[in-house]
Ligand binder design. Sequence first.
Ligand code: NZQ
Ligand code: ZN
Length: 404
Amino acid sequence: MENFNYYTPTRVVFGRGTEEKVGELVKAQDCSKVLVHYGGGSVKKSGLLDRVFRSLEEAGVSYLSLGGVVPNPRLSLVYEGISLCKREGVDFILAVGGGSVIDSAKAIGYGVANEGDVWDFYARKRQASGCLPIGVVLTISAAGSEMSDSSVITNEDGWLKRGYSSNFGRARFAVMNPELTMTLPKYQTASGCVDIMMHTMERYFNQCGNMELTDGISEHLIRTVMKNAKLLMDEPDNYDARAEVMWAGSLSHNGLTGCGTDGGDWACHQLEHELGGMFDVAHGAGLAAVWGSWARYVADARPQRFAQFAVNVMGVEAGADEMETALRGIEAMEAFYRDIEMPVCIRDLGVEPTEEQMRELAEKCSHFRKRTVGCVKKLDVDDMYRIYKNALKYEAKQIHGVER
Ligand code: NZQ
Ligand code: ZN
């Protein structure tokens, strides 16, 4: 087991009706003015935003609001939020929404607490020295941003989608009422479940030795999400299934399933971020679209790990050798994605990148040939291009383009 530093400062207030407590939770933060940040309107339609305003008013908290965050949140709105907060003396941001709203709130928080252009942090030019405190009322189980240290923003100039991680950005509290997720469209529920599973799978596929406890937590978490994702396809109002998925979403990305690992692979996230930046696809769906291609491309670098995943998570019978078992596991995961109406290739996303665009995706993902991604196998710009290309349409049983 590798050394690790596990830090989860976020207070979780979980369960039915918990959004009613948001006023007192904010008040306890000892702030003078709050920015309530939200998305494209689902929180207005559901009445949640009004309930949040009422709770703040009852607690005597002064606030203003800024909506309009879109999935794959944009830098331009972040700039607008930074100016607004500075002008109005905002000292706390309450994100009411999903990963996009929370990430936008974190970016605004960095922009207010630090001089200069906030994009510098996402462009990896420098590190933040603080962030405005953030609180969350979560409406979708997916990104895990409510407990994670990361924030992912899309710069419209070049459509670059970039992440920045720092403990300063961790939310002070997260209000999580699973009932709030019952209004999600089926596609968003499924896409969220894939993202949750992937946050643990990215950590699980690593180059480490023995991690009995972390592996057990991870394998059980992924199985739990798969079981409840399937249930939610037919029973969107199933509270217990919503609750299991919501809690898994936070635990999957707060660091727990990475304890004792080398940090994990994360290539699929990097590959997907470019797809999201160029084609504005839902993040979880984009991950499902590239995962199979990635897995087939790298499995021979760690067949034992892929075979363990196949047996312990996907429940497949072991094959004649580790590689065969690994491949069965990959196919079983793709079958699961299809079961919940998620893509297994890029075409399934409804987009068709040209040859030139696939080269551009790879260039951007490699930060214009300045980095490799992944640890199971270090992927350079040519590997990235091949993974995108293999992901374009579904090809069964291919490893490195060779039929098995
Ligand atoms: O904007 P509104 O109208 O609220 O609609 C949203 C949006 O269209 C809708 N929605 C949210 N809650 C709803 C609802 N619709 C009905 N009822 C509800 N209760 O769902 C759509 C997607 O929302 P979004 O916030 O974009 O989803 P998600 O939580 O999946 O966040 C995706 C973003 O997070 C980033 C992704 O890259 C993507 O930009 N990620 C952030 C991470 C982090 N900060 O740690 C890690 C992840 O790997 C991920 O990269
Ligand atoms: Zn993700």
